[in-house]
Design a protein around this ligand. Structure first.
Ligand code: PLP
Ligand code: ZN
Length: 403
């Protein structure tokens, strides 16, 4: 049947060439399916570039692998010194802080940007506050594309400096993240390719985390994989990766997947605990782990559906606990941002609930670096603009007009 985009909910599918980012029938996320099973060999070992290494199981071929910046191939670190609270389980950090823009987002971005180039786009856009914006701005610059970053109005300038420094245009709109995400799906889809948190090609990039973990563990699956979750895109990608490995006979069972959220914004965990099939928007999100503070996660329902089918565990952790886990990780040499420390805190909660056994291998996905707050360069090559939701389209048209 070949590669196609299939709805994660109603199952309807469209050709892989379609520009749709979500199902036109039910609105839920689309996902690539139909790779040739035999193609999944994982590591073309010697290849450094993610697109070359895993090209046969990605929706893009390696034509654009020159946009490589060093993404992926991150270490899987044993950390027994930080496993004191884990009942004898062995702790492993998949250290995504060493990616080119210091978060796992680079994996999805390299695939999404290559996908945009393959489709002939000269402009990419993203709705984001931090890590994803920096990632898209960097790869866009590398690829010679123009980048538009839409952020929600409350974001201070200093957080936008690491984005504008790559030359991206940042538009600050007085609207919340979820509303901006929805708007972005309708903004000039023929002219600007949006590569948001759970866009289908981004999910394909995230699944390479699963491929690498398996390679690094000699093709055995860990007992648990704990993922700090916001939109749900990365968790979906990691699950998809393990499922593909199992489908290809490279591992014989799936790990247990843990959706780890901050207690101050845990829409997926809350819905799961209450037995709901759809997430309910969090009214007053509040957590120090800003990278996972999404009150209406666009892949939340998709995660709930997946867990309904294969099982899963949701754990939410308090800010204080996140910060102590962050310090514990730093004490063994890994400086994560609060979101990246959420998995360790969640592992400790699991241990306290009797869910971990001695020798269980627990992989924590350390999604992003602690070293994100940098002073702003005096003169930024990119522009930072402000506008209202009604002005956004005009603002974008103007941006498209200047080159
Ligand atoms: C984006 C991000 C997450 C959340 O990933 P989702 O795919 O949105 O669930 C977690 N941690 C860090 C550091 C991030 O940048
Ligand atoms: Zn659908």
């Amino acid at each position: 049947m070949g590669l196609r985009l299939q709805c994660t909910s109603c199952g309807s599918s469209t050709p892989a060439s379609s520009l749709d980012l979500r199902c036109t029938g039910c609105g839920e996320p689309l996902e690539f399916h139909g790779y040739e099973r035999a193609a999944l060999q994982t590591g073309h070992e010697g290849e450094r570039s993610l697109l070359r290494r895993y090209g046969s199981s990605l929706p893009v071929r390696d034509t654009f692998s020159h946009i490589y910046l060093g993404e992926g191939q991150t270490p899987l670190l044993e950390a027994p010194q930080a496993a004191g609270g884990l009942c004898g389980a062995s702790l492993l950090f998949k250290n995504e802080t060493v990616n080119p823009t210091w978060s796992f987002k680079d994996r999805g971005t390299v695939v999404a940007v290559a996908d945009a180039m393959e489709r002939g786009f000269g402009h990419v856009g993203v709705v984001s506050t931090g890590n994803m914006a920096a990632s898209v701005a960097a790869y866009g610059a590398r690829a010679g594309l123009r980048v538009l970053v839409i952020v929600s109005g409350r974001i201070p300038d200093f957080k936008l400096a690491p984005v504008a420094v790559y030359g991206a245009t940042v538009v600050r709109v007085q609207a919340d993240y979820a509303a901006l995400y929805d708007m972005s799906l309708r903004l000039a889809p023929e002219a600007v390719r949006f590569v948001n948190s759970d866009s289908p090609s981004r999910i394909e990039g995230s699944k390479t985390i699963a491929y690498e973990v398996c390679e690094q563990m000699g093709y055995s699956a860990p007992r648990w994989v704990i993922v700090p979750t916001s939109s749900g895109g990365n968790l979906r990608g990691i699950i998809k990766g393990f499922e593909e490995l199992k489908g290809a006979g490279l591992i014989d069972r799936l790990p247990g997947f843990v959706c780890a959220q901050a207690a101050g914004c845990a829409p997926i965990a809350d819905a799961w605990v209450q037995g709901l099939t759809r997430v309910v928007e969090v009214e007053h999100p509040r957590t120090t782990a800003h990278a996972i503070e999404n009150p209406r996660p666009p892949s939340g329902n998709a995660v709930l559906r997946k867990f309904g089918r294969i099982g899963g565990l949701c754990v939410s952790v308090e800010d204080e606990h996140i910060l102590s886990a962050q310090r514990l990780m730093a004490s063994v040499g890994v400086f994560a941002q609060p979101a990246g420390a959420v998995p360790l805190a969640a592992a400790e909660v699991m241990a306290a609930r009797g869910l971990l056994c001695a020798d269980d291998k627990v992989v924590c996905i350390v999604t992003g670096s602690g070293l994100k707050h940098v002073p702003m360069p005096a003169a930024l090559p990119g522009r930072i603009l402000d506008c209202s939701p009604r002005q956004l389209e005009g603002c974008m048209t103007e941006w498209l007009g200047v080159s």
